[in-house]
Ligand binder design. Sequence first.
Ligand SMILES: *Cc1c(COP(=O)(O)O)cnc(C)c1O
Length: 386
Amino acid sequence: MFKQQLDEFAAKHLTRRLTPLQSGVGPVVEMAGRQILLFASNDYLGLAMHPEVIRASVEATQRFGAGAGAARLVSGSLPSHQELESALAQFKGTEAALTFSSGYLANIGAIPALIGRNGLILADRLCHASLLDGCRLSAADFRIYRHNDTEQLQSLLAARRQARRTLIVTDGLFSMDGDLAPLPELSRLAQTYGADLYVDDAHGTGVMGAHGRGTAEHFGLEASIPFQMGTLSKAFGSSGAYLAGSSAVIQYLMNTSRSFIFTTAPAPGSAAAATAALRIVQREPERRARLWANRAQLFRGLTKLGFTLPPSVSPIIPILIGNADRALSFAEHLFAEGIYAPAIRPPTVPDATSRIRVTVTSEHSPSQIDQALASFQRAGQASKLI
Ligand SMILES: *Cc1c(COP(=O)(O)O)cnc(C)c1O
């Protein structure tokens, strides 16, 4: 049956394969023995390979070990985790923060803990898989609203049983489309209808807002979103995630969130790396300035070439293709040109919306972006997309 299922994936051009990578992530990587320009990582500020971040990771590893040994409630809570949580709470302007071993674990652990039986979850259709899985794991009823459709959300809120506990769940910056959630409107609806708002800011953290504090900062809503989740695995160049909120919320999650209680704490090296990355995010706003300048150059160039670009406003720039096989073939043409940008296909994105997901970082140089644009043009023409 596995073989048959795999054959079905293959027939629909939906087979997934790993592409071996022989170097750390950066603008240029070694793939399949070749030097390739990478437009695929979420290491938006180039911190995964930053010497200060690596040094912090090595020092914490030497001092506290390669692994944390157990869950923090079991074997004790290391300084690496405590320091990271204080730094995150300060950064996010909340009373407290709790770290998880990954963003996936944060979402599947926090959401079922925050809302359960008799509750109602309303989530955006394009929410990240980990949010949707968290919603499904909760004992609450779970409804999806159309992407960023605040009118539909309002009618779902208005139609629900009175005084029913409700959680609105959304990405801050959508991972496959690069657009923003209408947080001011979501926050207003949450207030009007007595609901709570849970924002996953995996891609906004470090990227959005004047100080990189995320989409909440971008919209001036830092004080009004009770549950702010973010990852340490994207712009922070490490791994792990956090939920920032009030002390009561954090204490409660520590007592009830299964993916916090029943999993080994993040490796001390990862936690220390994230703390070091956070320092750089705050100290070097020029990284964000370079990121946005690069993003503008790439978006302008791709627009001029005539690709179909959904309304992205971020370093995530999807080129919409439609068919999975055409998206794959375009990705292959790009790879032949020395560019790696992955074809994203269902079920990661809705049917018939296969795309090439292009991401740019602060570390790409303007000439690398020009070189990539020339390759996008040739590959786009060869694939008859432009
Ligand atoms: C990447 C991502 C996650 C998962 O984070 P990991 O740390 O990679 O597990 C969660 N939510 C969104 C929106 C993401 O893009």
